[in-house]
Design a protein around this ligand. Structure first.
Ligand SMILES: Nc1ncnc2c1ncn2[C@@H]1O[C@H](COP(=O)(O)OP(=O)(O)OP(=O)(O)O)[C@@H](O)[C@H]1O
Length: 191
C-alpha cells in the first residue's frame, strides 16, 4: 500500500454470504495509531468484514489493500488444545521469530504456562487469543468481540494492550457490541 502509514484500506467493498448481500460500498483507511470499531446488529457482517480484512474471505466487490502483517483474534482460538498454554503460544510466536512471555504477562496468564489449552476457562481462552495477537508483532490487529468473556481485570488489560499497540504505531480494527476502551476510535455501523 502506498501513502504514509497505510496499514489497511477498503474501497467500495461489498460482501455476499449465502447469496445474501451483507454490505456494500464500505470505505475506510487505517494508518499508524488509528482504530476503527465496527458495530451493527447480529448477522450484519461484522465478522465477515474482519475476515475480508484478514484475507480469509473474498470481497464480492471493491478493493482491499494491506500495508503489513495482520493478526486476527476471533472465536477460533487457533491454539493446539493438547499443548500447554506456554508451548501453544510459544509455537506461534516462534514462527514470527518472537517470544510469548511478555504478551502472557500483559494479559495476566503467565501463571497458566503449564496448563493444557483444553483446560482453560472461557475468559482465559480469550486472554490467550489476545496474547497470541500481542505476541505476533503484527502492526494491524483484527479483534472480533475481544471483550467477550473477559472480567474487569481482563478488560483493563485489553484496553492497556490496545493503547500500547497504538502508541507504538499499530492499528486496530475491532468488531464489538461492548465498550472496549478504544479511545478516539472511528466507528463504522453496519445495518
Ligand atoms: N460460511 C458461511 N456461509 C454462508 N453464510 C454465512 C457463512 N458464515 C456466515 N454467514 C452468514 O453471514 C451473515 C453475517 O455473519 P457474520 O458472522 O459476519 O455477522 P456478525 O455481524 O459478525 O454477527 P454477530 O453479531 O452475531 O457476531 C449471517 O447471516 C451468517 O449466517
Amino acid at each position: 500500500m502506498t501513502g504514509a502509514g497505510g496499514l489497511l484500506r477498503f474501497e467500495r467493498v461489498a460482501c455476499i454470504r449465502g447469496g445474501r448481500l451483507l454490505f456494500e460500498g464500505v470505505d475506510f483507511a487505517l494508518g499508524e495509531g488509528e482504530a476503527l470499531v465496527v458495530r451493527g446488529p447480529n448477522g450484519t457482517g461484522k465478522s465477515s468484514l474482519l475476515r475480508i480484512a484478514a484475507g480469509l474471505l473474498r470481497a464480492a466487490d471493491g478493493r482491499v489493500e494491506r500495508g503489513g502483517a495482520i493478526a486476527l483474534a476471533d472465536e477460533n482460538l487457533a491454539l493446539d488444545a493438547k499443548r500447554t498454554l506456554g508451548r501453544a503460544l510459544g509455537f506461534w510466536a516462534a514462527l514470527d521469530g518472537r517470544e510469548a512471555g511478555a504478551a502472557m504477562e500483559a494479559m495476566g496468564i503467565a501463571r497458566l504456562t503449564a496448563v493444557p489449552v483444553r483446560m482453560l476457562s472461557t475468559g482465559q481462552r480469550k486472554r490467550a487469543a489476545l496474547a497470541r495477537v500481542i505476541a505476533s508483532g503484527a502492526p494491524l490487529w483484527l479483534l472480533d468481540e475481544p471483550a467477550n468473556g473477559l472480567d474487569g481485570d481482563g478488560l483493563e488489560r485489553l484496553a492497556a494492550a490496545m493503547a500500547a499497540h497504538r502508541a507504538s504505531g499499530g492499528a486496530i480494527l475491532a468488531a464489538t457490541h461492548q465498550p472496549i476502551g478504544l479511545d478516539g476510535a472511528a466507528e463504522l455501523a453496519l445495518a
